[in-house]
Design a protein around this ligand. Structure first.
Ligand SMILES: Cc1cc2nc3c(=O)[nH]c(=O)nc-3n(C[C@H](O)[C@H](O)[C@H](O)COP(=O)(O)O)c2cc1C
Length: 223
């Protein structure tokens, strides 16, 4: 391959392009340097997921509903989508884990989730994440009782997303996002929350790889 030699004309072209960018940048509140930094920053995928079993054998219907088995490994539905997003964007990943583990028994979990919602609880999250390193945060969760699980409220109140972009995704049993995207924007008024999030029904999990790829292209974040 021949290396391109910069001629004097090329240099002039380059410097006049830089001058044009520099001239217009203040109009858009960006500097060329800042724009480059944003391009180089990785996205972060944050998710909560509650697979109701960790063994792929003899699953009950409820356990099947909340899991995907990939290469013999059991993943929660939202966990699977989160991993696909991470792979396809080359981002980092952080799982929201409750300090007190949730029960895996379906009935007990459903009742506890309702109780937490009624009490407007804020379950404590084990571990922390440094958001400063990221401008774009994918935030994923299962729809629980027509809302985000209460631990998502803990997360959204614990961190400041000002100036950042939040891209929601969820898995569900028919309710889609419910009003969770609006709730999220209300919790983080100084963040940009993308309305066009990705919601996938638990009965359509086989569509996840192509669905996530298409959606990431639409939001302009496919690697
Ligand atoms: C406690 C609980 C409450 C749920 N409530 C709803 C609901 O209101 N609407 C809905 O569509 N799905 C509901 N579901 C189904 C989950 O959203 C769905 O199974 C999801 O894919 C689970 O994701 P996960 O495996 O990542 O936890 C509920 C599931 C649980 C465990």
């Amino acid at each position: 391959m021949q290396l391109h030699q910069f001629s004097r004309r090329d240099m002039l072209k380059l410097s006049s392009t830089a001058a044009v960018i520099g001239f217009f940048a203040p109009l858009f509140h960006i500097s060329p340097v800042q724009a480059t930094e944003n391009l180089n920053k990785k996205a972060l995928v944050v998710y909560f997921s509650m697979p109701e079993t960790d063994t792929p054998h003899n699953m009950t219907r409820e356990e099947e509903n909340s899991t995907v088995v990939i290469d013999g490994k059991v993943l929660g539905n939202t966990q699977y989508v989160a991993q696909l997003i991470q792979e396809m964007t080359g981002g980092d990943i952080f799982r929201i884990v409750p300090q007190t583990p949730y029960p895996t028994d379906h009935r007990t979990l459903v009742d506890l989730a309702k109780e937490e919602q009624n009490e407007n609880a804020r379950p404590v999250i084990a571990g922390t994440v440094n958001l400063a390193a990221y401008d774009t945060i994918f935030l994923g969760y299962p729809n629980w009782w027509g809302d985000m699980p209460m631990i998502l409220y803990t997360f959204l109140e614990q961190y400041d997303f000002s100036g950042k972009t939040i891209i929601p995704f969820c898995t569900h049993g028919g309710s889609g996002f419910s009003r969770t995207i609006q709730t999220m924007q209300g919790k983080q008024p100084n963040a940009t929350v993308i309305r066009d999030g990705y919601a996938l029904s638990r009965s359509r999990m086989e569509r996840a790889p192509s669905g996530v790829a298409e959606w990431l292209k639409e939001v302009g974040l496919k690697k």
